[in-house]
Design a protein around this ligand. Structure first.
Ligand code: ZN
Length: 353
C-alpha cells in the first residue's frame, strides 16, 4: 500500500491523539516506573503446563491458551494460530520492562503454528526473536498494513506475509481473517511513529467468530464493528496498562466492559495484563476491576491461568490472582476502596444500547 493510502487510513481513525508526554513527561514517567517496584508480582504466578494432547484434539469449537499479556494460541478447526506472540522481553531496554516470569512453555515446546496474527508493531506485541524462531518454518504472517516490512527485515519471505488494511479480509484454509479498526498508535523507535497501521482482528471459523481488540482506547468503533461484523462468540479485549495520561490508547476496565457490550459478544476474555508492567497501576488492578464490573453486569468472563487449555466445555473463572491483591492497610499498596466504582474520568458502563 502506498504511503498516501496509509495516511488515508489514519485519517479514518477514531483518533483523539496519541500520548505526547514530551521529554520531561517521559523522563518523569520512566522514573516513576523504575522506582515503583511494588507493582509487579513478588512471587511466581501460578501456571499450568499446557496439555497439548487435549489442545490438539479435533473440535468444532475454539480452544485456546493464554500465555499472559496479549499472547494467545488458538486451535480453530485444526488450525493453530498465534496472536501477538511475545516469548522474550517486551522492551529493547530489558532492565526497564521485564516479563513477570518465563513463558510457561518455550517456543520450541509449542505445536506447529500455521498462522501468526499481529495487531501492531509495539514491542509487547511484535517480538523480533519470536518472529526469527519461525524464519525457517512455513508459518504465515497476517499483519496490518506496513508491519510486513519489519518481518521482511528480519528474514521472513514476502510470500509468507499478508498485509491487510482495516476491513480487508483473507481466507486461509477455511478460516476467515479480517483486520478491523482500533484506536492506538505504532512505532518501535524515535522516528517511526505511526508509520505502520494498527488493527483489531476478527477470526471466523464455521462455528465460532472471534474478536481480538489488539490495543485500543475506547471509541465508537466497537459499536460499529459489532453492528457490521457481530455477533461474536468470543471477545479477547485489552483491559490493562491504562493511565489517565494516555486515556485514548488503552481502555480502563470499565471501558473494556462497555466495549464488550457494544461489540455484541458472548464471552469476554481480558488480555493485555498479567505478564508485563507497562503502566503505573498494580498488576492485579485491571483484572480485579474487570471482574468486579463483569459480575455487576452479569457478563460471562473467562479467566484462565497461564497455560490452561480453554475449550467449549471448560470455561475457567477462578480468581487465581486474589492472593496477590495488595492489602489495603499497607501504606504502599494502591487504594482499592473504589475498586468496582467507576473513576471520575469515565462513566459507568451504560449497558446495552
Ligand atoms: Zn500493548
Amino acid at each position: 500500500m502506498s504511503t498516501s493510502a496509509l495516511a488515508d487510513h489514519h485519517n479514518q481513525l477514531p483518533h483523539k491523539g496519541t500520548p505526547a508526554l514530551g521529554l520531561i513527561g517521559t523522563l518523569k514517567l520512566v522514573r516513576e516506573i523504575f522506582f515503583a517496584k511494588d507493582r509487579i508480582p513478588t512471587q511466581k504466578l501460578p501456571e499450568i503446563r499446557p496439555n497439548f494432547d487435549k489442545f490438539l484434539q479435533p473440535s468444532e469449537h475454539l480452544k485456546f491458551i493464554w500465555f499472559g499479556h496479549s499472547t494467545l494460541l488458538f486451535n480453530l478447526e485444526g488450525q493453530n494460530i498465534l496472536l501477538d506472540p511475545v516469548f522474550t522481553n517486551a522492551s529493547p531496554v530489558s532492565f526497564l520492562i521485564k516479563r513477570f516470569q518465563p513463558p510457561v512453555v518455550p517456543l520450541e515446546g509449542l505445536p506447529d503454528v500455521q498462522t501468526i496474527v499481529i495487531s501492531h508493531d509495539h514491542y509487547d506485541h511484535l517480538d523480533k526473536r519470536t518472529v526469527e524462531f519461525y524464519r525457517e518454518k512455513a508459518t504465515r504472517f497476517l499483519v496490518p498494513t506496513g508491519v510486513g516490512q519489519h518481518l521482511r527485515d528480519w528474514g521472513i519471505e514476502g510470500h509468507r506475509i499478508t498485509e491487510l488494511a482495516w476491513h480487508e479480509e483473507v481466507t486461509l484454509d477455511g478460516i476467515k481473517f479480517r483486520a478491523a479498526p482500533a484506536q492506538h498508535f505504532s512505532g518501535r523507535g524515535l522516528f517511526d511513529r505511526n508509520d505502520t497501521l494498527w488493527a483489531s482482528w476478527i477470526i471466523e471459523g464455521k462455528a465460532d467468530k472471534i474478536y481480538y481488540s489488539g490495543d485500543s482506547g475506547y471509541g465508537p468503533h466497537f459499536q460499529e464493528i459489532g453492528r457490521q461484523y457481530g455477533p461474536f462468540t468470543h471477545a479477547f479485549m485489552e483491559n490493562g496498562q491504562y493511565n489517565d495520561r494516555w486515556p485514548d490508547v488503552h481502555m480502563r476496565p470499565e471501558e473494556t466492559i462497555q466495549a464488550f457490550i457494544d461489540l455484541n459478544a458472548e464471552t469476554l476474555i481480558p488480555v493485555h495484563w498479567g505478564m508485563f508492567d507497562l503502566s503505573l497501576h498494580h498488576w492485579t488492578e485491571p483484572i480485579v476491576r474487570t471482574h468486579g464490573f463483569a459480575q455487576r453486569w452479569d457478563i460471562p468472563l473467562i479467566t484462565p491461568q497461564l497455560g490452561e487449555v480453554v475449550d467449549f466445555f471448560h470455561h475457567p473463572s477462578t480468581m487465581w490472582w486474589e492472593p496477590f491483591i495488595p492489602q489495603q492497610k499497607s501504606e504502599k499498596a494502591p487504594s482499592y476502596e473504589n475498586l468496582i466504582a467507576p473513576p471520575v474520568t469515565f462513566a459507568e458502563p451504560i449497558g446495552p444500547r
